[in-house]
Design a protein. Structure first.
Length: 109
C-alpha cells in the first residue's frame, strides 16, 4: 500500500484532503442544521463544544461520520429539555453533505 504525504501539518487527512478534525467539525456543523430543523425552539438551543468530551465521533471523513451528542432547547412550554442525537452524514465533496441517518431522543434532563 502506498501512503501519501499530508503536507507539513502532519495530521491525518481524509480522501478529500481535509484533516480528520476539519471533516468532523464539518459533520458537526451540518448535523446541527439537521437537528435544528426538528427542535421546537432552535433559537434557544445550547450546543455542546464540538471538540469537548460530550461529543463523540465515529468515522474520519473517508466515509460516513457519525456525530453523537446532545443539545438543550426549550419545548413548546418554555421549559429547557435535553435532546440526544446520533447523526450520520457523508461528505459529497467540498461543503456538500448527505444526511444518512438521524436519531433524536427527547429526554427530561
Amino acid at each position: 500500500a502506498t501512503v501519501a504525504a499530508s503536507g507539513s501539518s502532519g495530521s491525518p487527512t481524509s480522501d478529500n484532503g481535509q484533516s480528520v478534525s476539519d471533516a468532523r467539525l464539518g459533520a458537526f456543523d451540518v448535523c446541527k442544521q439537521f437537528v435544528e430543523e426538528r427542535l421546537k425552539s432552535p433559537g434557544s438551543a445550547k450546543w455542546r463544544d464540538p471538540f469537548g468530551n460530550q461529543v463523540t465521533y465515529s468515522g474520519d471523513g473517508k466515509g460516513p461520520i457519525t456525530v453523537s451528542a446532545s443539545v438543550d432547547s426549550q419545548n413548546g412550554f418554555g421549559a429547557l429539555l435535553r435532546s440526544t442525537y446520533d447523526c450520520t452524514v457523508t461528505n459529497t465533496g467540498g461543503d456538500g453533505w448527505h444526511l444518512d441517518n438521524l436519531n433524536m431522543q427527547d429526554g427530561g434532563g
